[in-house]
Design a binder for this molecule. Structure first.
Ligand SMILES: Cc1cc2nc3c(=O)[nH]c(=O)nc-3n(C[C@H](O)[C@H](O)[C@H](O)COP(=O)(O)O)c2cc1C
Length: 363
């Protein structure tokens, strides 16, 4: 018997018409070449998951300096654009749409992954913990990042604009600006990592300035109806936090209303329910400040997705880990089939295993 669910209904998301409301969340899988070029198995992997209404690619750096991890794709060289075109062609042929997630890692990096250079950040505050620094998954401590000068920030804004242009050439249907999970834009947003006292620090207006300037730069060549923004208001992943997340993100979402984006992508976090300002969850709390479409993500089940779409808390839902191990996830939802369990040990190790060899219901 087939399950009835609003998730299987088509919907508009900015300029796009999606065949269903099931989105594949962006996930780094470290299967690119050392030069950040997408490989043939990446085309296979994404095409296998084309029953999603929309696929959002793994985080892709806008420059060498923006690299966080080894063997992750970039979108700043001609070769990288050619590599990605093979991926977008494969996804389109298989019947889905694909956005590229654009990012700069900021301090979440290591000199080994950026040609010996010291990573950059809004302020020189070292992240606690260890980072992958080689394809063999050698872990090293983070280093103290260099504080970005205002003129260097301008350069990074241009890198995002250039990457967006490249994304068009590579055949992507749109882009998602990664302003979540403790990477560079998030390091500017939140006050545990941003101690600047210039026009990029201190007030909400100043801390959100980098993201807004990137959106304006991207807009020069790209319809904002094909642009999403990803935020993780409560996540502490990558050693980051904010003293007033409700204040910061309610301010930011109202600012974003001006730009007519395709969507804002909000990551739920279990800690939300313990935060007195977010007792109903991230999207339920912040949604009222944003007029456009919301993509929900983070620990969703089909039931929770249905409930939140039905109650207008979110418009579509992105699934991460479930898509890693279930290339035919929408079909499994529809048939109420069991899920394959993802193998965490193969998330970032390269190769076909744990990447393109998960079985579909057909085998
Ligand atoms: C292996 C792996 C890699 C990830 N890489 C990214 C990434 O590149 N960009 C991003 O925004 N989130 C990334 N995430 C977070 C996911 O997009 C998602 O927010 C998270 O898995 C929670 O959703 P889920 O409960 O449906 O898995 C990653 C998650 C996993 C498991």
């Amino acid at each position: 018997m087939k399950l009835e669910s609003i998730l299987f209904e088509s919907t508009d998301l900015g300029a796009l018409k999606l065949k269903n409301r099931i989105v594949m969340a962006p996930m780094t899988r470290s299967r690119a070449t050392a030069d950040g070029i997408a490989t043939p198995i990446m085309a296979t992997y994404y095409a296998q998951r084309a029953s999603a209404g929309l696929i959002i690619s793994e985080a892709s750096q806008v420059s060498l300096q923006g690299t966080s991890y080894p063997n992750t794709p970039g979108i700043y060289t001609k070769e990288q654009v050619i590599g990605w075109k093979k991926v977008t062609d494969a996804v389109h042929e298989a019947g889905s749409k694909i956005f590229i997630q654009l990012f700069h890692g900021g301090r979440i990096s290591h000199p080994n992954t950026q040609g010996g250079e010291i990573p950059v950040a809004p302020s020189s505050i070292k992240a606690e913990g260890l980072i992958h620094t080689s394809p063999q998954n050698e872990m090293k401590a983070f280093v103290s990042p260099k504080t970005l000068k205002a003129v260097e920030i301008e350069d990074i804004i241009k890198q995002f604009g250039n990457a967006a242009k490249n994304a068009l050439d590579a055949g992507f249907d749109g882009i998602e600006i990664h302003a979540a999970n403790g990477y560079l834009i998030d390091q500017f947003l939140r006050d545990s990592t941003n101690k600047r006292m210039d026009e990029y620090g201190d007030s909400f207006q100043n801390r959100t300035r980098l993201l807004i300037e990137i959106i304006k730069e991207v807009r020069k060549n790209f319809s904002l109806q094909k642009v999403g923004v990803r935020l993780s208001p409560l996540s502490t992943f990558n050693d980051i936090s904010d003293s007033n997340p409700l204040g910061l993100y309610s301010y930011l979402l109202q600012e974003l209303n001006v730009y007519n984006l395709a969507y804002v992508h909000l990551i739920e976090d279990a800690t939300a329910y313990k935060n007195s300002d977010f007792l109903n969850g991230v999207s339920a709390t912040l949604g009222k400040y944003y007029k456009g479409k919301i993509v929900g993500n983070g620990g969703y089940t089909l039931e929770k997705a249905d409930f939140e779409i039905f109650n207008s808390i979110v418009d579509v839902v992105a699934f991460g880990k479930l898509f890693i191990s279930n290339p035919d996830l929408p079909k499994r939802f529809m048939l109420e089939a069991d899920f394959n369990v993802p193998d965490e040990s193969s998330y970032y190790v390269g190769g076909e295993e744990g990447y393109i060899d998960y079985e579909t219901l057909e085998g």
